[in-house]
Design a protein around this ligand. Sequence first.
Ligand SMILES: Nc1ncnc2c1ncn2[C@@H]1O[C@H](COP(=O)(O)OP(=O)(O)OP(=O)(O)O)[C@@H](O)[C@H]1O
Length: 249
Amino acid sequence: MFLQVKDINKSYRKYGKIEKQQVLKDVNFTIKEGECVGLVGESGSGKSTLSRLILGLEKPDSGRILIEDLNVKKWIKENQGKMSVVFQDYTSSANPNFTVKEIILEPLKVLGKKENLDKITEDLLDKVGLTIDLLDRYPHELSGGQLQRVCIARSISTKPKFIVLDEAISSLDVSIQAQILELLKDLKDELNITYLFIAHDLQVVTYLCDRIIFLYRGEVVENIHSLNLAYVKNSYAKRLLNSVIPFSI
Ligand SMILES: Nc1ncnc2c1ncn2[C@@H]1O[C@H](COP(=O)(O)OP(=O)(O)OP(=O)(O)O)[C@@H](O)[C@H]1O
């Protein structure tokens, strides 16, 4: 198994109060290598908290997160550059003072890579469907869709095994969303990347993902293969599905 999320609990102290709010409750799921898993849930259900734990940015109160049988922090340390993340807010995740070329090469420079950087940048731009005339532009000189493609190029620059996409296409126009989805699908097939795709838009998730996990108030209420969506049992998941898919279940 590639990723194992085991009995995760996480709570935060309520602002200005002593008592805590439990944000994740006994969360369990696994992701196989090369699989694309969608995590859906309404606002506040704990999706971003879970992604921060998986990225090793925060610790759970209890439970374990393992990647290839190693504790997530240890795995990240031993596999530098092999986990990437693409956030929703591409405008703030790209340094406004960096050119496209500098943004794309940032993770490789951190890893100390110095050779063939021009060729690597050009290949990455080509992979995400952008042309090399954009290389010297700054973020404010790009459209939202172009800048998110640059962020995706950056996320695959280190040849990651695993990418967490946290609402990565949510703030783009629908037509650009479709293009980026196609791009993510092609990259997944070409590079055998494992994806955790976090989104509140179920339609987008069903298009891209092999399996879908429904999170409701911090609990996994359904974990189901995309082809079996018509058989969901949980009432929240059913409601969400009925609101986007034109068949009744
Ligand atoms: N650092 C923190 N300190 C205190 N409370 C937090 C913190 N981070 C998240 N929370 C709370 O945890 C709950 C879950 O938040 P989280 O951001 O994980 O949800 P989400 O499903 O990603 O929501 P959205 O779709 O709106 O981004 C919310 O009630 C939020 O206020």
